[in-house]
Design a protein around this ligand. Structure first.
Ligand SMILES: Nc1ncnc2c1ncn2[C@@H]1O[C@H](COP(=O)(O)OP(=O)(O)OP(=O)(O)O)[C@@H](O)[C@H]1O
Ligand SMILES: [Mg+2]
Length: 338
């Protein structure tokens, strides 16, 4: 076989602005793939470049993509249509747009709510359903978390709380620097109507008070765990008068004893159940993805220890160093069709 060519696509204005060979997040992976005998091309993406990239992308053997669901005011509709074409031309694309729709949007929380990692989750297909049903979801608690269908960085994630003895609702956006707002019911619904503008559903997940135990991100390559991240203080972390800032995320290898139970759960149960429920074959799993968990009770064992917060498949970076050889292995395996 000739040397396979692997495209690594990141977002940016032009080729001069960014390159995977110099960018801190991607350099080590680009070097490792190169050292492994693969030819690596750096590709900078924004919607204005989509047309010009159409033909060159089809000459690749594989295309690895790191572009957020919301990037510089652009969503991924143009890019995902392009990736679909590129994939039809025979290029291995990670993550395939069909897989994004099946496991990489907040809908996955609804589809897998009955799994052991699941929580109380509702899905509103349209605005009128949201207006009809949302208030009843407070039956079990004072707070809920509304999640836009597809987003990142806390954009479109809101903690919504009833304030005892008061009308209206308090709303806190998970985006950095946001402050609590108090809204009348009317103003609240008016605020959320535009989230349905693209015909996408809205997801409502129970507030998880165990957020104070921090979050563990489980990184996977295909169906194998490739490492972990742990962050103690994350968005929406309860704070007093002085807001707390998110803390650093620390990375660990797949062998880390702290998360050995989660590795086993993922590889032996949950990934299989996810694939079955969402209709994804093993080879359609992303080359690199992460499933993020609340640690409900550090002392308890399966099945009560972890709750799924979300799954990321569109722009998984940074990632642990331990994932680098696994990504290389997974790419090689897929381009050689083994
Ligand atoms: N049910 C919940 N209970 C408590 N906090 C939550 C809940 N859901 C989300 N959060 C907080 O909001 C943050 C953002 O939510 P989520 O991870 O679902 O969205 P995202 O925008 O895709 O984030 P990311 O950029 O990490 O991919 C979480 O990291 C967590 O701090
Ligand atoms: Mg996300």
């Amino acid at each position: 076989m000739m040397t396979p060519t692997i495209g690594m696509m990141i977002s940016g204005q032009d080729d001069l602005a960014r390159s995977v060979f110099t960018d801190e997040k991607y350099r080590a992976l680009a070097e490792a793939l190169g050292a492994d005998g693969l030819r690596v091309e750096s590709i900078v993406y924004n919607n204005a470049r989509a047309e010009a990239l159409r033909a060159p992308l089809q000459h690749l053997d594989a295309l690895l993509v790191w572009v957020n669901p919301l990037e510089n005011g652009e969503d991924r509709r143009v890019l995902d249509a392009l990736l679909l074409e590129v994939s039809r031309a025979g290029v291995m694309v990670s993550t395939h747009p069909d897989t994004i729709q099946r496991i990489g949007t907040k809908r996955v929380l609804y589809e897998t709510r009955e799994m052991d990692w699941g929580s109380d989750v509702e899905l509103y297909p349209d605005f009128s359903d949201f207006v009809t049903r949302f208030a009843d979801s407070f039956a079990g608690s004072h707070s809920r978390v509304l999640k836009r269908f597809r987003g990142d960085g806390g954009n479109g994630i809101y903690k919504v709380s009833q304030v005892p003895g008061e009308d209206g609702l308090s709303v806190l956006h998970a985006h950095r620097g946001a402050e609590v707002e108090h809204l009348s019911a009317e103003a609240f619904y008016a605020r959320f109507e535009n989230l349905f503008a693209q015909g996408q559903p809205l997801i409502n997940q129970a507030w998880n008070a165990n957020i104070t135990n921090g979050m563990v991100r489980c990184y996977l390559c295909g169906d194998r765990v490739a490492g972990f991240g742990y962050q103690e203080i994350i968005a929406l972390y309860p704070s007093g008068a002085v807001p707390v800032m998110p803390s650093r995320r620390h990375y660990y290898s797949a062998q880390c004893g702290l998360f050995s139970d989660l590795k086993r759960l993922m590889e032996e149960r949950w990934v299989g159940q996810l694939m079955q429920r969402c209709g994804v074959e093993a080879d359609a799993l992303p080359v690199l993805w992460d499933a993020d968990f609340f640690i409900d009770d550090p002392y308890s064992r399966y099945p009560d220890k972890y709750t799924l917060c979300e799954i990321n498949v569109s722009c998984v970076s940074p990632f642990p160093d331990s994932a680098i050889p696994e990504i290389g292995r997974e790419v090689r395996r897929r381009v050689s069709g083994i």
